[in-house]
Design a protein around this ligand. Structure first.
Ligand code: AMP
Length: 301
C-alpha cells in the first residue's frame, strides 16, 4: 500500500485536555492504522525540526519511510479545537511550511503499488503522486473543507481518477453543494468515485455506491479524549483490510468498514497516537467481535 499525506506536529484542545506539538498528520494516522493489516510505503515531507523519535515510531510499525524527505524548514503544523460536540474540528491554524514547495519522489518500485491512498493533503500533490503510479488496482482518497474551498478544480480533476472517496458528513454537503446527504452523495458519485464512504464521527459511517447502501454505527465509548485522526485511522483500517484480503466484494467492503470503525474507536481514546502506540492486534479482533454483537438482530422470517 502506498500513501501520500501530511506528517505533522499538532496542537489540540478538547474539553478533556490540551496537547502541543504532538505527532499528527493524515499520513501518520493512516500509515499507523494500516500497518496492523499490511505493508505501508509512506510518501511525505518533514522539516529539520521533526523529532527523530516520531520517525523511529513509524519504523517500529514497519512503515517504509523511503518516500519521506527531511528538508530544511519547518514541519507542517495544525492547530485545532473541539467543543463538547466532538464531531467537528475547528481549525485554528494551518501552516503548510515544508509542504508548500514539496515535490513528491516515488522510490523505484513503488510506482507499481496496487493499493493507493491519497490522504488529506493538497489535491495537486495527490494528483502528482497518482499520475506516477502504473495501473493501481484501488485508489482511495480523503480531503477536507480547507481544500474543497481553496483548490476545488484540482480536487474535481482528482475525483475522476479515484475509486473510493472517504470524507466526513459536512464535507459531503460542501462538495456536493447540497444539504441532503443522500442527494449530495449521488452528486459526488457522478463526479467519479464508484464508492463514497461518509464518516459521521460518533454516529458511525455510511457507504454509498450505485447499487448499495451500508450503515455502520460507531463503537460506543465511555472515554473519548481527542477525535483528531479518527478519519485517517478509519481509512487506514478500511484500506489496510482491503489490501490484505484483495477482495472487493460488497461483503468484504462491509467488513473493511467495520475494521475502519474499530481502528478509529481506539485512536480517540487518547491524544495523538498514544493509544495506537500500545495497541495489539488481539484487541482489534476482540473489538471487531463486539461490533458484530452490537448490530446483530433477528430477521422477520
Ligand atoms: P482527521 O481528524 O482524521 O480528519 O485528521 C486530522 C489530521 O489531519 C491532523 O493530525 C492534522 O495534522 C491533519 N491536517 C489538518 N489539516 C490539514 C490539511 N489542510 N492538510 C493536510 N493535513 C491536515
Amino acid at each position: 500500500m502506498l500513501v501520500v499525506g501530511s506528517v505533522a506536529l499538532d496542537s489540540v484542545e478538547t474539553p478533556f485536555g490540551k496537547v502541543e506539538e504532538v505527532l499528527g498528520g493524515s499520513g501518520t494516522y493512516f500509515s499507523t492504522s494500516a500497518s496492523f493489516f499490511t505493508d505501508v510505503n509512506l510518501v511525505a515531507v518533514v522539516g529539520e525540526d521533526f523529532p527523530e523519535e516520531h520517525l523511529s515510531f513509524l519504523r517500529s510499525r514497519n512503515v517504509d519511510l523511503g518516500g519521506l524527505r527531511k528538508v530544511p524548514g519547518q514541519t507542517f503544523r495544525w492547530k485545532g479545537e473541539y467543543g463538547y460536540d466532538l464531531n467537528d474540528a475547528h481549525t485554528l491554524e494551518t501552516h503548510l511550511n515544508v509542504f508548500e514547495n514539496f515535490r513528491p519522489e516515488i522510490p523505484v518500485g513503488w510506482e507499481k503499488s496496487k493499493f493507493v491512498f491519497l490522504a488529506n493533503i493538497d489535491p495537486h500533490l495527490q494528483l502528482e503522486v497518482l499520475d506516477r503510479i502504473v495501473e493501481p488496482e484501488v485508489v482511495a482518497c480523503d480531503t477536507m473543507n480547507f481544500w474543497i474551498e481553496r483548490e476545488r478544480p484540482a480536487l474535481v480533476e482528482l475525483l475522476k481518477k479515484v475509486d473510493i472517496l472517504l470524507i466526513n458528513e459536512s464535507e459531503v454537503r460542501q462538495l456536493g453543494g447540497e444539504a441532503n446527504l443522500v442527494k449530495a452523495a449521488r452528486i459526488i458519485l457522478d463526479m467519479g468515485p464508484k464508492t463514497l464512504v461518509v464518516k459521521r464521527g460518533e454516529y458511525g459511517a455510511l457507504m454509498f455506491s450505485e447499487h448499495a447502501l451500508f450503515a455502520a454505527p460507531a463503537y460506543p465509548l465511555e472515554e473519548v479524549f481527542d477525535p483528531t485522526g479518527a478519519g485517517d485511522t478509519f481509512a487506514g483500517g478500511f484500506m489496510g483490510y482491503l489490501a490484505a484480503t484483495r477482495n472487493l466484494s460488497p461483503e468484504n467492503i462491509r467488513q473493511a468498514i467495520i475494521f475502519g470503525s474499530v481502528m478509529a474507536s481506539f485512536t480517540v481514546e487518547r491524544f495523538s497516537l498514544e493509544r495506537m502506540k500500545v495497541l495489539e492486534y488481539v484487541e482489534i479482533k476482540e473489538r471487531f467481535r463486539k461490533f458484530k454483537l452490537l448490530t446483530e438482530f433477528q430477521g422477520l422470517d
